[in-house]
Design a binder for this molecule. Structure first.
Ligand code: NAD
Length: 433
């Protein structure tokens, strides 16, 4: 197991804008590579961000205003690509940060895309279905000239599920007169979506983990796993690992979690959740007990999978994390400072920009299929995804060992190298000298 020391990262105040904190990754990666200053200059800020106010007629006849954004961070490798989220915490800073991360994620996965992101500041749980449809369609109306199959491509994210995406794609088709809506991925299969999308992101993280199993010294028949967040990602990851012999000892969602050292069956835990609305009370193979989200993170296990929210592991709790490997399925679950401390302590963190790059990888395959008009079966999608994940995971692992940095830094170096090549290919200051 590699015990490379991570770069020392100074503690950054929680009030520092998110984008500024995220750019720290860029600064660290630049230190490792001989990057031309033109490239660094270009990646400091988004290329463009459009801010609008969506005015929605509510069911009771009133009109309400919702702030909304779409950011194209960098498009040197191709059209920008990124999800659109509906959440009360959505802000300009958050959207630009997510678009920054997408720039590197697409490069790590070697996709011909740059990074983008969008969102609306709204608690969509408080909207009726008709209000939600009006909001989804109005978002597309507002951003129709900003997005496009060769410019900026949308995908689902928090609280933008299949039907929201279908309304958005339908609106885009109406506006453009092109029924295939190639500017939007994550569509239902009957509306130009792809096979294999439902579990794609979790499956990619699973391929990455299985690929590095030997290097991590993990034996699937003995390994234990704790999963925070039992939604799409957490559930599918648990199911895949369980089928390969891993013991899932804990799982949680926003209502709390369950712990059973003898193991849980993900399918029966999910059935319990469907029946009762919570995981709490689900039975495993031994003495199952309730566990809080905070305690789950600190369990003694081989693999910890944060699959819920950002900033779950920080300097507050990172010294209590006992898992040997952390597989980041959520975006940004481990803070930069916590990553540095945990890496120095010999823990291995498979970073989000690698572990969940599978979502955008399969979105790319949807875009390719929409453009060619020829659709693949699920096994072809899975094979293509497996190849991409194994190739890029191996590349990041090799860099981690070669230059003695954390896997996160290695992933940023890997992505930056590709992005820099695309910027430099258009000429830098050196050309004019
Ligand atoms: P989801 O909504 O299906 O599931 C999220 C789960 O997290 C739910 O079970 C929810 O109850 C749980 N949760 C919420 N707050 C929690 C808390 N405080 N503690 C523990 N659990 C909590 O979402 P998803 O598609 O599984 O995505 C999870 C995360 O991964 C999100 O942050 C998302 O942005 C990110 N992500 C998703 C994809 C994808 O393709 N689905 C791709 C990349 C990144």
């Amino acid at each position: 197991m590699n015990t490379a020391k991570s770069t020392v990262v100074p503690e950054v105040a929680a009030t520092t804008p998110m984008l500024e904190r995220a750019r720290e990754n860029l600064r660290i990666a630049c230190e490792k590579l001989n990057i031309h200053p033109d490239v660094i200059e270009e990646l400091q800020a988004p290329r463009e961000t459009l801010a609008v106010t969506l005015l929605i007629r509510m069911d009771d006849g009133t009109r309400r205003a919702f702030p909304a954004w779409r950011c194209r961070y960098n498009d040197r490798r191709g059209p920008t690509k990124g999800g659109v989220r509906f959440h009360p915490n959505v802000s300009l800073d958050g959207i630009e940060t997510l678009a920054f991360w997408m720039t590197f994620k697409c490069a790590v996965a070697n996709l011909p895309f740059g990074g983008g992101k969008g969102g609306v500041c709204v608690d969509s749980k408080l909207l009726s279905d008709t209000e939600l449809e009006r909001l989804s369609r109005t978002y597309i109306e507002a951003f129709a000239s900003f997005i496009g199959p060769d410019r900026d491509i949308l995908a689902p994210d928090l609280y933008t599920n299949g039907i929201v995406i279908a309304w958005m794609a339908d609106e885009y088709s109406s506006i453009t007169g092109h029924p295939s809506a190639t500017a939007i991925t994550g569509k239902p299969i009957a509306f130009g979506g792809t096979e294999g999308r439902v579990d794609a992101t979790a499956r990619g993280g699973y391929y990455a983990l299985r690929h590095l199993e030997g290097s991590f010294g993990i034996d699937p028949d003995k390994a234990t796993v704790a999963i925070q967040g039992f939604g799409n990602m957490g559930y599918h990851c648990a199911k895949l690992l369980h089928a390969d012999g891993y013991r899932i000892i804990a799982a949680s969602d926003s209502m709390g979690g369950v712990y059973d050292p003898d193991g849980l069956d993900p399918l029966s835990v999910m059935e319990h959740k469907h029946e009762t609305g919570t995981l709490v009370g689900a039975k495993g193979h031994g003495k199952t007990r309730r566990i809080s989200n905070a305690d789950l993170l600190e369990l003694d296990c081989d693999v910890l999978v944060p699959a819920a929210l950002e900033s779950q592991i920080t300097t507050e709790n990172c010294d209590q994390i006992k898992a040997r490997v952390v597989l980041e399925l959520a975006n940004g679950p481990v803070s930069l400072e916590a990553d540095a401390r945990m890496t120095a302590a010999g823990r291995l963190i498979v970073p989000d920009i690698l572990a969940n790059s599978s979502g955008v990888t399969v979105s790319h395959l949807e875009w390719v299929q929409n453009r060619s008009g020829y659709y693949w079966d699920a096994s072809r999608i899975r094979n293509a995804l497996k190849t991409t994940m194994e190739t890029e995971t191996q590349a990041v692992w090799a860099l981690h060992n070669e230059i003695g940095v954390s896997m996160r830094e290695a992933a940023y170096v890997h992505g930056l190298r590709r992005t820099a090549e695309s910027v430099e290919a258009r000429g830098t200051k050196a050309y004019f000298e």
